[in-house]
Ligand binder design. Structure first.
Ligand SMILES: C[S@@+](CC[C@H](N)C(=O)[O-])C[C@H]1O[C@@H](n2cnc3c(N)ncnc32)[C@H](O)[C@@H]1O
Length: 184
């Protein structure tokens, strides 16, 4: 099973109608639509991307769902965009790192901004909430970003648990999934 599919399984367990969720890397909007369907019209999904073209294609896919707010800004500004009541009900944040398939390879997530956004999401995550990160160690800069995310996840306080799902055998560096859950 692919890391992205495993991420969906982990998210599905934790997100309910009326919740707030974040797609930290909208790209083509697959994960944004998935989250929008889980939270339903009474919930809220914030989707971030630095690429206007990505947001335009995602908006088309989403067809104006009222629960979705697409934000043309880096995910490192995440906390600024959450309203006070959304902070209390943040059930999930999804990070699908790297660059958009078929898009420019120089518009890519970077360790410093990824870690900043991850810390902000964890600060606002409700109990039993989940953050998923799909890491791509195979592209230039991807291994460093994956290392940075793994070390933050492994060093979290006991209120959080972190799991790493990676293929047991690969010839080349393969995508992997980190799942962080807030226990208390
Ligand atoms: C692997 S793609 C996401 C794929 C997407 N989840 C989907 O379902 O199509 C990574 C995305 O992260 C975006 N990105 C890069 N740096 C970012 C940042 N600082 N904040 C938000 N998005 C960023 C890129 O523009 C790209 O669209």
């Amino acid at each position: 099973m692919r890391a992205t599919e495993l991420a969906h399984l982990a998210i599905r367990r934790s997100v309910n109608p009326g919740d707030c969720a974040i797609d930290a890397t909208v790209g083509n909007g697959h994960d944004t639509l998935f989250l929008a369907e889980l939270v339903g019209p009474s919930g809220r999904v914030f989707g971030f991307d630095v690429q206007e073209t990505a947001l335009a294609s995602a908006a088309e896919k989403l067809g104006g769902l009222p629960q979705v707010r697409l934000v043309h800004a880096g995910h490192e500004t995440l906390a600024e965009h959450l309203a006070a009541n959304d902070r209390d009900r943040l059930a999930a944040a999804m990070f699908n790192l790297g660059y958009m398939p078929g898009g420019p390879k120089d518009i890519v997530t970077r360790p410093e901004t990824t870690l900043s956004a991850l810390r902000q999401a964890l600060d606002h995550l409700k109990i039993n909430g989940v953050v998923t990160l799909v890491l791509y160690p195979g592209h230039p800069g991807g291994a460093e970003e994956a290392d940075a995310v793994r070390s933050l996840a492994l060093g979290l306080p006991p209120a959080f648990t972190a799991h790493r799902h990676a293929p047991a055998h690969t010839v080349r560096p393969a995508p992997e999934l980190i799942v962080i859950e807030r226990q208390r």
